[in-house]
Design a protein around this ligand. Structure first.
Ligand SMILES: [Zn+2]
Ligand SMILES: [Zn+2]
Length: 249
């Protein structure tokens, strides 16, 4: 399976990553990608950049090193209510091309019950700023996949299959399979991403591809498998960059 974009990557402004945005874009170009999203951690993570970094992202060109670089964020869910660490004011000051909402155990202690996690994701799915649900298969935060996948599908949230989870969040492999089945049953659109913290892992999706193959995930529901599918998804989320990307086809 070919992919045209990697929609979850980190740069050196998240202190535990190793390459600059320019280096990541150049690596994406060299690996044959058409687009990528740079999605550094929102302010609740200990190593996140200052809010000003996000406001200033818009000063960078839309295309860097020959690749469309979506200016994004991996926002943190901060409590059981599903609230994010970016405010309405933040979203007003900078219109992100790509917003991931993720649960990290450094921000929310993994003591929530399955019902609490289910309610949390239902709340997140109602947040109009959120484009994609980050690595939600993690073993520490199990939820009702069928109930929530239906909402993700209905509200147009892209569900991520994160190739870095097997390293960063081991133990979720069975969940990943069950989540893929639930998403397929619900007809949810998904993305396959590296969550790379260096050029070496950018675009490396190997760990999740067997799961999607086993489940027989429909290719037309994988938003980063095709340029037109990606553009349509960005348009559905109201992203101005979609029109410019389409001009290039
Ligand atoms: Zn994450
Ligand atoms: Zn990440």
């Amino acid at each position: 399976m070919n992919f045209v974009a990697d929609l979850h990557t980190h740069t050196v402004v998240s202190n535990h990553a190793f390459n600059t945005i320019t280096e990541m874009a150049r690596a994406a170009a060299q690996k044959g990608f058409w687009a990528m999203a740079v999605t550094d951690h929102g302010p609740a993570m200990p190593d996140s950049p200052h809010r000003w970094y996000f406001y200033n992202l818009g000063t960078l060109p839309e295309k860097m090193e020959g690749v469309w670089v979506l200016k994004g964020v991996e926002a943190n869910i901060v409590d059981a209510s599903g609230a994010l660490d970016l405010t309405e004011r933040d979203f007003g000051l900078f219109h992100f091309d790509w917003v991931i909402a993720s649960l990290h155990s450094d921000v929310v202690r993994p003591t929530l019950t399955e019902d609490e996690c289910t309610r949390l994701w239902l709340k997140v799915s109602a947040n109009p700023h959120v484009d994609m649900i980050g690595h939600s298969e993690t073993a520490a935060f199990r939820y009702d996949y069928d109930a929530v996948a239906k909402e993700f599908a209905a509200r147009g949230k892209v569900v991520e299959f994160n190739a870095n989870s097997c390293v960063a969040r081991p133990g979720g492999e069975k969940n990943l399979f069950e989540l893929a089945l639930a998403c397929k049953r619900a007809g949810a659109r998904i993305a396959v991403n590296s969550d790379a913290h260096s050029i070496y892992h950018l675009g490396v999706f190997d760990s999740v591809l067997p799961v999607l193959k086993q489940v027989g995930y429909p290719r037309e529901l994988i938003i980063n498998a095709d340029k037109r599918t990606l553009i349509e998804e960005l348009r559905r989320h109201g992203k101005a960059i979609a029109a410019k990307m389409e001009e290039e086809l």
